[in-house]
Design a protein around this ligand. Structure first.
Ligand code: GLV
Length: 320
């Protein structure tokens, strides 16, 4: 029986599907496995089912050894995997696109509403039992109707966020490596812009691009200074796309009005400069965190694994 190593806890239903087929070793704790332990357990594996908290790099691949055929990431983002090393070793890498689109777009929309309407700040007032009273000018936010949402990276999640925002009355602009076909632009009622134009004209900028060397610190001091002083930045993609230190500075200097973050540069660490700022909403990487979505993600990773080990190829092949 081929050995399958599952690097983190996944829904039982998905685990049960492979237990009868393979010799399965699965980490069962909620907290991430230690590197030393994983390097030990991965020896001889034919397949690795990885969570985004584990680095799948040269060290892990060589610890696994020559039986290894496939790495199935239980995430759509795969920046935790050294894909170039995998490809050099003729390994197949898979991810889980599609099944987490709605859940993640829901979180993007939630952060848009939370930041523009100051909901985190309001909740902190109630919880701290500070005195408050309804007032004509008390804790006013910004309306999003007829305001421009600038989507950076118009893939599936960007599009799903655009649709939600449009239904709230926002106008949609986007930037993307390759411009969308005219009929899709029309369907989304979205205007293509260069990155600079999008930053300069948007009231909310929401990040939906993958993380790579090319998108490292895509949003830094220069980009933040191009944004309107009244604008908000939302990140549900990957932390290091934003230069967190530059963001703290921009928020302190009120170069932008607020930010909503689901992801951080060095997760699970959060830049301490963000913690005391009222104009930022901080949530702990919850983009895909629903029971239904996590079950679907784990099942899709397992579908990929079974298909590859059966010799039928990957369903969601990562190519670069
Ligand atoms: C979650 O962050 C994912 O990439 O699936």
């Amino acid at each position: 029986m081929p050995k399958v190593v599952v690097t983190g806890k996944i829904p039982q239903m998905a685990l049960d599907r492979i237990k009868s087929l393979y010799d399965v070793w699965a980490w069962q704790e909620e907290t991430p496995i230690s590197r030393a332990h994983l390097l030990q357990e991965v020896k001889g594996a034919s397949a690795i089912v990885s969570l985004l908290t584990e680095k799948v790099d040269e060290e892990l691949l060589s610890a696994a050894g020559d039986n290894l055929k496939v790495v199935c990431n239980v995430a759509v983002g795969y920046n935790n995997i050294d894909v170039a090393s995998c490809l050099k070793r003729n390994l197949i890498v898979t991810n889980t696109p599609g099944v987490l689109t709605d859940a993640t777009a829901d979180i993007s929309m939630s952060l848009i509403l939370m930041t523009t309407r100051r909901l985190g700040e309001g909740e902190r007032v109630i919880r701290s039992q500070k005195p408050w009273a309804w007032g004509m000018f008390y804790m006013l936010g910004s309306s999003i109707q007829n305001r421009q949402l600038g989507i950076v990276g118009m893939g599936q999640i960007g599009m799903a966020t655009a649709k939600r925002a449009a239904s709230f009355g926002m106008k949609i602009a986007y930037t993307r490596r390759n411009r969308l076909a005219e009929n899709i632009e029309k369907e989304l009622n979205a205007t293509y812009m260069t990155m600079d134009e999008l930053l300069q004209t948007s009231d909310v900028v929401s990040l939906h691009c993958p993380y790579s060397e090319k998108t490292h610190h895509l949003i830094s001091t220069k980009e933040l200074s191009m944004m309107k002083n009244s604008a908000f930045l939302i990140n549900t993609a990957r932390g290091p796309i934003v230069d967190e230190a530059a963001l703290v500075e921009a928020l302190v200097k009120k170069e932008i009005t607020g930010a909503g973050l689901d992801v951080y540069e060095e997760e699970p660490k959060v830049n301490p400069g963000l913690l005391n700022l009222e104009n930022v909403v901080l949530i702990p990487h919850l983009g895909s965190a629903t029971v239904e979505t996590r079950t679907a993600m784990a099942n899709l990773a397992i579908d990929n694994l079974i298909s590859v080990l059966d010799g039928k190829g990957a369903l969601n092949l990562v190519t670069a």
